[in-house]
Design a protein around this ligand. Structure first.
Ligand code: NAD
Length: 461
């Protein structure tokens, strides 16, 4: 009996427990399900919100193209949205402008130079390369694809003359005085460093002599060390006030060794003597160019020489000053002709001095009238005392250049003067640093500018 009672009791306990467990399971299941539903609803709500946001964005964009934010329907017109988008657009515009500014200040555009490979490309040193003639030579050699190193102390030269090459991989500008030694590796040296106008070379005569003697020794020494060919820019002044006319290279000259011009004339004569001494003793390959009066763009405005004086006075409508009676003669070559002659001489096998100049001779007073007529002003001529030791006649005999280099000037005085007057005119109008020197390819556009006068027919001798 007792056993039966215990069995029923245990049965009740088991049934109760099972019932409770079932209820707990149901409650738990419902709770989990409800949570799942909540989460799903939550996500759906988020997706819904997101999609509404995107739709709003899309409508906003469309509304802008359709006529602006004022067309936004209802909520889309909210100030917050519009401000955010406007702010972002403003930022993008600012960044784009900044990128453009940075690109403008760093990216340089250079003239399109020829490509030479390592076999044909030369490393060329030009002393005085920031000067008038030197800078035109730089243009020519850069355009040909060579590596050009300019060395200049900027006594009469200017960075502005070569600024269009600064930053180019083939170009280097070194601020250096050639009276001090220079150690670099080069294949050719054009030695042009020296003041060239009386006003400049008389300013410091001792320095002029040093530049043409010590400086030339340094360049010849460099040529010897690296095996380079060197071209010396000599001058028609080595003929002094000549007794032979026109002057051939065989004429030894008529120079006053103690006069005011001696620092330059004798300096250049020593420069020539040094060249041939190095050629004989050290087997240095030398070329000597005796350069006659040269003119063109980038010449100094106030160097006191005939061309610059006359052009400036005519442009300012001032009287044109002639020193002496005006019957003394000069011949003038345009700078591109000279550059062509220098490059031909460097390339040639001829090692004796060569005259490079235009043999067309003008009396100074006729020259003054020609310039006045080209400028178109009313300047009249006035006469002043003659300059001491001023040569009376100057005209090159260019037979050697014709024969050895197949060279003769191409640019007529009319063509060259027009370009030079144009340059001086622009320089006079220049009022800020942003008026840059415009690069013009060598030998340029003379042909384009004056097609009917391409080659001077007046060249004689
Ligand atoms: N322009 C002419 O009519 C003419 C005529 C005959 C000879 N030349 C010769 O041609 C060469 C160039 O003449 P330019 O008319 O171009 O003259 P330039 O004065 O314009 O150029 C000479 C350059 O040499 C630089 N220089 C001078 N002394 C120097 C030194 N110690 N170290 C480094 N650089 C120095 C100057 O700063 C300048 O850039 C000169 O040797 C000159 O004697 C010129």
């Amino acid at each position: 009996m007792f056993r039966i009672y215990n069995g029923v009791k245990w049965m009740k306990i088991i049934i109760c427990s099972a019932f409770c467990a079932t209820i707990a399971l149901c409650v738990y299941h419902n709770w989990v399900h409800a949570r799942e539903v909540d989460m799903l609803e939550d996500s759906a709500l988020k997706v819904h919100r997101k999609s509404r946001h995107y739709r709003d964005e899309l409508s906003y964009q469309e509304s802008i193209t359709d006529g602006g934010p004022e067309n936004l329907p209802g909520k889309m017109k909210t100030d917050e949205n519009i401000l955010d988008l406007e702010e972002a657009k403003k930022k993008i515009r600012e960044l784009e402008m900044r990128i453009k500014q940075l690109e403008g200040s760093t990216t340089r555009r250079f003239p399109d130079v020829k490509f030479l490979n390592y076999r044909t490309r030369k490393r060329i040193l030009i002393t005085g390369g920031a000067g008038f003639v030197g800078s035109h030579l730089v243009d020519q050699l850069m355009m040909e694809g060579h590596e050009v190193i300019v060395v200049d102390n900027f006594f009469t030269g200017r960075k502005r003359n070569v600024e269009h090459w600064i930053g180019h991989e083939n170009f280097e500008l070194i601020h250096h005085d050639i009276v001090n030694p220079l150690f670099i590796e080069v294949d050719e040296i054009y030695h042009l460093a020296s003041p060239a106008s009386p006003q400049h070379y008389m300013f410091n005569p001792v320095k002029t002599i040093k530049t043409n003697t010590v400086g030339t020794i340094n360049m010849l020494g460099l040529a010897k060390r690296v095996g380079a060919r060197v071209l010396i820019a000599s001058t028609s002044e080595v003929y002094g006030d000549p007794e032979v006319h026109p002057q051939p290279e065989t004429y030894w000259g008529h120079v006053n060794p103690i006069g005011p011009r001696a620092c330059y004339d004798e300096g250049k004569r020593v420069s020539e003597s040094l060249s041939y001494a190095y050629a004989k003793q050290e087997k240095v390959q030398v070329r000597v160019a005796r350069i006659f009066n040269t003119y063109g763009p980038r010449m100094h405005m106030n160097d006191g020489r005939v061309v610059s004086n006359f052009i400036l006075q005519a442009l300012r409508n001032e009287p044109i000053t002639i020193y002496g009676h005006g019957e003394q003669t000069r011949s003038f070559q345009y700078v591109s002709d000279l550059v062509e002659g220098l490059v031909s001489l460097m390339a040639s096998n001829y090692s004796m001095p060569v005259n490079l100049g235009n043999p067309v001779e003008y009396a100074i007073k006729d020259f003054a009238i020609k310039i006045r007529d080209l400028v178109g002003g009313n300047s009249h001529l006035i006469y002043s005392d003659a300059v001491e030791d001023d040569p009376q006649r100057r005209r090159p005999n260019i037979t050697v250049a014709r024969k050895q280099l197949n060279w003769q000037p191409k640019v007529s005085l009319q063509q060259g003067l027009k370009r030079t007057i144009d340059f001086f005119h622009k320089e006079l109008l220049r009022s800020s640093h942003s008026n840059r020197n415009m690069f013009q390819p060598p030998e340029m556009s003379l042909d384009n500018a004056f097609p009917s006068e391409k080659v001077s027919k007046t060249v004689a001798n």
